[in-house]
Design a protein around this ligand. Sequence first.
Ligand SMILES: [Zn+2]
Length: 96
Amino acid sequence: MLLIECPYCGRRPEIEFHHGGEAHIARPEDPDALSDEAWANYLYMRANTKGWRHERWMHAAGCRRWFNAIRHTVSNEILVTYEMGTETPPLPTVGD
Ligand SMILES: [Zn+2]
């Protein structure tokens, strides 16, 4: 079983968490100014990265707080978890 480090509660089994998708997607400053296609891209289009990426997670069966993680999408390894609003750690480079 995958163990995930909640930044608030500590290490817990994965069944306590919900995956929230890609992290750090900036909301458009003026959504009314966007075309329907641009708005749909903001809402639905994601990078679908193979490798390390920033993700949002929620500790649903615990503190119910959202946090971010760097997870490898192939190996499922979680490199680090960090609180929302804190500095974003860089993604590992190839070979890390
Ligand atoms: Zn928690």
